[in-house]
Design a protein around this ligand. Structure first.
Ligand SMILES: [Fe+2]
Ligand SMILES: [Fe+2]
Length: 171
């Protein structure tokens, strides 16, 4: 299978750009478009986070270039994103706050992407290491294909948190 990207990092950066482009479109969207784009971007982020959490982050934990603090911070940011994503994708979501939730998600994602892409961020750490990022891209491409097929058949499973525990209701 020909690979469109040079390596796992260029693929992940490309995902960031796609996500940011949708959030830009959402700024002037009608309610019907907001619904459609919102679900689309939430699933895109969900798949992107799964690829990072299954391949990039664990690989970086094992090499000297990977900084534990940065990796943990990144995963905590994923959790805050997932709380909103799970809400946006829930059939029980409050329709009045849907657009606002997406806006906050967009702001959080922009911040998170900046941190991953900045000097010394996890992407730079990966590029500095001797991790095989082409092999990683191949694994990501295969996994992404499976996740997209799963999505076509229905919903992806609810995103699991890395650290956050959803508050338990007393009732
Ligand atoms: Fe991330
Ligand atoms: Fe990312």
């Amino acid at each position: 299978m020909p690979l469109f990207h040079d390596d796992a990092i260029s693929k992940l950066k490309d995902d960031h750009d796609k996500v940011e482009a949708i959030f830009k479109q959402l700024k002037d969207a009608t309610p019907a478009q907001t619904r459609k784009l919102g679900v689309q971007v939430a699933n895109l982020i969900k798949i992107h986070m799964a690829l990072e959490e299954e391949y990039l982050y664990p690989a970086l934990r094992k090499v000297p270039e990977g900084e534990d603090d940065k990796l943990t911070e990144g995963l905590v940011e994923h959790d805050t994103g997932k709380l909103l994503i799970n809400d946006v994708l829930s059939p029980k979501t409050d329709k009045d706050s849907f657009a606002a939730k997406l806006q906050v998600l967009g702001e959080q994602m922009t911040h998170h992407h900046k941190e991953e892409e900045e000097r010394g961020g996890v992407f730079a750490q990966a590029r500095k290491s001797d991790l095989d990022l082409v092999a990683m891209l191949k694994k990501m491409a295969a996994r992404e294909k499976d996740l997209k097929a799963e999505l076509k058949d229905g919903d992806l499973p609810i995103s699991e948190m890395n650290f956050a525990e959803p508050a338990k209701s007393e009732a």
